[in-house]
Design a binder for this molecule. Structure first.
Ligand code: UDP
Length: 316
C-alpha cells in the first residue's frame, strides 16, 4: 500500500509512519515541521518520502493524494498553549488546511482517515463522553475553543462529503494521547510533569489539580488508527480513541514524582498565570470507547503507570 500522511513528522504521525513502514507499506509524508520535528523521522530517512510543506498548498496536496492508496490526515496546529498564542494561524491551518485534504481525497476517491479530538466535546459535564455527546463550548472570545470549533467544522465537512460525494472517510477523536516524542512545549501535561520530575524541579499544577483526564499511549492510538483504516465497515463513521483510568492532575503529579523517584515539589498556580486571557479549562474528560471496541475489537492496553514509564524512559 502507498500511504500518504499529513503531519507525518508530528507526535502521533511519526509513530504511525513507523508502524506503516514496519508492516511493509511505502510512506510519503507532508509536514511543515511546526509542531512536528525532523528529529521524529531522522531514523526513517531513506525509507520514506518526505515533503516539507503546508497542507494549504493545494497543488502539492492534490499530487500527493493522487499518488497514494490511503491517506491519513494527522496534520494540525494543536496544544492549548499553541492555540492561545497563535490563534488565527491555527484556525486557518486546522480548517482551511483540512478542507484542502478532504477535497483532494474526494476528487481522487481515496480512503481517508482524519484525526480529530476530544476537544470537540468542549466542557460537556456529562461524562463519560460518547460519540453522540453534545458539544458544549464557551463564547467565541474564549480563544481555547477555536481549536474545538475548527476541528468540529472539519468533521462536519468530512461527514457531508461522505454523504454527498461518497468520500470514504473515518474520523478518529483522540483523547489526551501521550508517549515518546511528545513535547511539553505546547502545554501537554504529561511530558511537562515528567521532564520537571527528572530534573527534580517543581511540578506546576494549574488551579487546584482536581481537574481530571484519562491518558492513552500513542502505541494504542496508532493501533486504533490502523485497525479502523483497515476496515471498510468504519467508512462514514467516527470513533473515540482513549485510554482507561481517570486521574486528577494532582494525582498525576504525585504518581510521576513517585515513579521517577524524583525529589520535585508541587507548586500550584492560577490559570491566569499560565495562559493568556481567554483560557477556560474543562473539569473532567473521560472517553467512552465502547463504540470502537464493538466495531473493530480495539481496546487500550497501556495503564497510566506504563505510560509514565514509557515517557520517562524517552527523556532519560
Ligand atoms: N496542566 C497543568 N500543568 C501543566 C500543563 C497542564 O496543571 O504544566 C493541566 C491543564 O490545565 C489541564 C490538564 O493539565 O487541566 C491537561 O492539560 P493538557 O494541556 O495536557 O491537555 P488538555 O487540557 O487538552 O486535556
Amino acid at each position: 500500500m502507498r500511504a500518504f500522511i499529513t503531519g507525518g513528522a508530528g507526535f502521533i504521525g511519526s509513530h504511525l509512519t513507523d508502524a506503516l513502514i514496519a508492516r511493509g507499506d511505502s510512506v510519503t509524508i507532508l509536514d511543515n515541521l511546526s509542531t512536528g520535528s525532523k528529529k521524529n523521522i531522522t531514523h526513517l530517512e531513506g525509507k520514506i518520502s518526505i515533503h516539507e510543506g503546508d497542507i494549504r498548498d493545494k497543488d502539492l496536496v492534490d499530487k500527493l493524494v493522487a499518488e497514494s492508496d490511503i491517506v491519513f490526515h494527522m496534520a494540525a496546529a494543536l496544544g492549548v498553549k499553541n492555540i492561545m498564542e497563535h490563534t488565527i494561524e491555527s484556525i486557518d491551518r486546522n480548517f482551511t488546511g483540512s478542507e484542502v485534504v478532504l477535497n483532494a481525497a474526494t476528487k481522487h476517491d481515496k480512503r481517508l482517515l482524519i484525526a480529530s479530538t476530544s476537544e470537540i466535546y468542549g466542557k460537556n459535564p456529562n461524562q463519560p463522553l460518547h460519540e453522540e455527546s453534545d458539544r458544549v463550548v464557551g463564547a467565541p472570545q474564549k480563544i481555547r475553543w477555536t481549536y474545538s470549533d475548527a476541528k468540529a467544522l472539519e468533521e462536519a465537512v468530512a461527514h457531508t462529503l461522505h454523504k454527498t460525494h461518497g468520500l470514504k472517510v473515518t474520523t478518529v477523536r483522540f483523547f489526551n494521547t501521550v508517549g515518546p516524542r511528545q513535547t511539553g512545549q505546547y502545554g501537554m501535561v504529561v511530558p511537562r510533569f515528567v521532564q520537571a520530575a527528572l530534573k527534580n524541579e517543581d511540578i506546576t499544577i494549574y488551579d487546584d489539580g482536581s481537574q481530571s483526564r484519562v491518558f492513552c499511549h500513542v502505541e494504542d492510538a496508532v493501533r486504533a488508527v490502523l485497525t479502523l483504516m483497515d476496515s471498510d465497515s468504519t467508512i462514514g463513521d467516527y470513533f473515540n480513541v482513549g485510554g482507561v483510568g481517570e486521574v486528577t492532575i494532582k494525582q498525576l503529579a504525585e504518581k510521576v514524582i513517585y515513579q521517577t523517584h524524583s525529589n520535585s515539589g508541587i507548586k500550584f498556580i492560577p490559570y491566569s498565570d499560565a495562559y493568556p486571557a481567554g483560557f477556560e479549562d474543562m473539569q473532567r474528560r473521560v472517553p467512552d470507547v465502547s463504540k470502537i471496541k464493538k466495531a473493530v475489537g480495539w481496546s487500550p492496553t497501556h495503564t497510566l503507570d506504563s505510560i509514565i514509564d514509557s515517557v520517562a524512559k524517552s527523556f532519560a
